[in-house]
Every structure is written in C-alpha cells, then in structure tokens.
Write a protein of this length. Structure first.
Length: 330
C-alpha cells in the first residue's frame, strides 16, 4: 500500500523551492557580510569562512555517516547557518570555538531533530547561546571599531558594546544623560552605518535593512514578523524611556545597536522556526520584541535578542495551534 509522504515544514504554495529560498537569503546577507569585512577586516573573513566551512562539513558528515542519508549541503541551509552563526560572534573569537559552535548548530540544533524543516529552534541562535554560557569572556570581548563620523578614535583593542557600556553605567547609578555624552557611545549615524562595537553582523543596521528589503521584494519573507518585532520593541522602549529617561535607554539606541535588527530581519523570520499564519507571525514578532526589551532592561546580560527568539521558538507549536486556519469547507 502506497503511503503519502509529506516533507517537513515549511509548506508554502509558491513557485520557489527550498534551494531558491535559501540562496536568496544568502544573497540578502551579502550587504551585512561586506559591512563586517569593512569594519573587522581579515578577522571577519576568517570567522565567516570557518563557520560556513565547518557547518557544511558537519552537515555532510552527519548525513552521510550517521544518518545514512544523501547529503543536502547544496541546498544552502548550512551556508545560512554558518553565516548567521558568524554574524553572532565577535570577530576575535578563537577558531576552535567557532568550529565548536558549528557542531552545536548543525549536530545538536538541526540534525538531531531530523534536519531541515524539523528543528524547533534556530540553529545559529542555539549555538550562540551555548557559546555564551560556556565561554562568556571570549563571547563578550568586542574589538573596537574606528568611527565613520566625527567621534574620537578609541585606542583600546577591545571594549564594551554601546549597550553594555550604558547598562553598566546605569547599574553604577550614573545618569543616562551623562552616559550618552561619553565617547564610548557612537552617534546615531555611526550606529546606522555600522561603526559601533558588537558581533560581526550586528554593527550595520543599514546593511541589515538592505537585506531585509531584498527578501521582501523576492517574497522570501513577509512583513509581519520584522515589523511587529521592531515596532513592539520600539514602543515598549519608548514607554519606559518616557517614564524615566535617566534610567531607561532611548528607543533609537535599542533599535540601532546590538542584535535587534539582525534578529528581527534574518533569524526571527526563519521559515522553519516561526509560525505559519500571518496572525501567528504577528503574535510571534510581538513576543520577540517585548521579551528583548525585558531581558535588556532587567536581565543580567545586556543583549536579549537571542534568548527572546529562542523562547518564542518554543511557543511556535502553541501559536500555530491557536491560529490554525479554518479547515476548507468547514
């Protein structure tokens, strides 16, 4: 008796196939890649090359020798995982840690669940969370960047991210208005174009937006998750800032620094780990945005995007069930 075999999610009625979608995302990541290479030079190229190569190798080896399957490394999904993993790492992270992160992303977060379309959590974010918990010092040592517009050049080799600097100052009781005048805080222009400390893919909000516009144009993603993610984070941060501007950070700093833009455009929109229905995507984006600000403001770690997305990934089955489309004919 023949059985109807259905492949893993996402199930989208579209002229596109998995390969076209995956390589379309790779194209969308090129502006962010170019920005990271411009600011971090050879270290960025090395980190990206190691992450992509090791993700491809681990996916090929696991499928061929452990799962006894035909390797699917040509579909582009492992390349995306490698790029996003690299974009979530400091450029000066030791090579062996990058390789270990690739093993966690592919071996544990993806292939252990059956491969593409079956993983409940974003593989790159699982690897980042693992590395952050395991090697907190190495994962929070950020190389300094030469500003593009008017700010003084810092001589130190490493320094805190703008967010880390502000959060540490607030914890010490320093007024936020005083902290914002520090040379450690880049101007809004530098935050937009990328001259601020952080992970490889977090530095340039403009490059990320260009990639997001390309994916919207190609209909790889829809507007629901990125708009609600960014919008809810901005509104929540605005409310807090209005309550106490000396304690809660300006919403524009929230948007333009850290991993919020990268997470909203490229990782929260992952077709496998996000809800299927438009209403579910709105709820998912809202939850990601609010949780990001909650973790940033009241958490011990200055960045909250990765954990916010992973938490909402866990709720995706419930969201899909709550916003299940009406059965045809019912």
């Amino acid at each position: 008796m023949n059985k109807l075999i259905i492949s893993g999610a996402p199930h989208v009625h579209s002229p596109q196939n998995v390969n076209k979608i995956m390589w379309g995302v790779v194209i969308a990541l090129i502006p962010t890649l170019l920005a990271s290479v411009y600011f971090f030079r050879f270290e960025a190229l090395l980190t990206v090359a190691v992450a992509v190569a090791s993700c491809l190798f681990f996916e090929w080896a696991i499928q061929k020798y452990l799962l006894k399957q035909t390797p699917t490394t040509s579909d582009g999904s492992a390349v995306i995982t490698g790029l996003l993993l690299a974009f979530n790492l400091p450029s000066n992270l030791p090579v062996w840690m990058t390789i270990l992160g690739s093993l966690v992303a592919i071996g544990i977060a993806k292939m252990a669940f059956g491969g593409l379309g079956k993983n409940p959590f974003n593989p790159a974010l699982v690897a980042r969370a693992f590395l952050l918990i395991s090697f907190p010092v190495a994962m929070t040592s950020w190389p300094t960047i030469r500003p593009l517009f008017g700010d003084a050049v810092v001589d130190a080799m490493t320094g805190p991210t703008p967010f880390g600097f502000l959060k540490e100052g607030i914890a010490q009781g320093i007024p936020l208005s005083q902290l914002m005048q520090s040379p450690e805080i880049p101007s809004y222009a530098n935050l937009l174009f990328g001259a601020n400390g952080g992970s490889l893919g977090e530095v340039s909000a403009l490059a990320i937006l260009l990639g997001g516009i390309y994916m919207l144009w190609k209909r790889i993603i829809t507007w629901h998750i990125p708009v609600t993610f960014i919008g809810s984070a901005f509104v929540f941060a605005t409310i807090l800032n209005a309550i106490n501007p000396e304690l809660f950070i300006n919403p524009w700093v929230h948007l333009l620094s850290g991993g919020l833009m990268l997470g909203a455009v490229f990782m929260a929109t992952d077709l496998v780990t996000s809800p299927m229905s438009p209403k579910g995507q709105l709820v998912f984006g809202l939850g990601c945005g609010v949780l990001t600000i909650v973790i940033r403001v009241w958490g011990s770690y200055p960045e909250g995007v990765s954990f916010a997305i992973l938490i909402m990934n866990a709720f995706v089955p419930l969201i899909d069930r709550a916003f299940k489309p009406r059965v045809f004919g019912k």
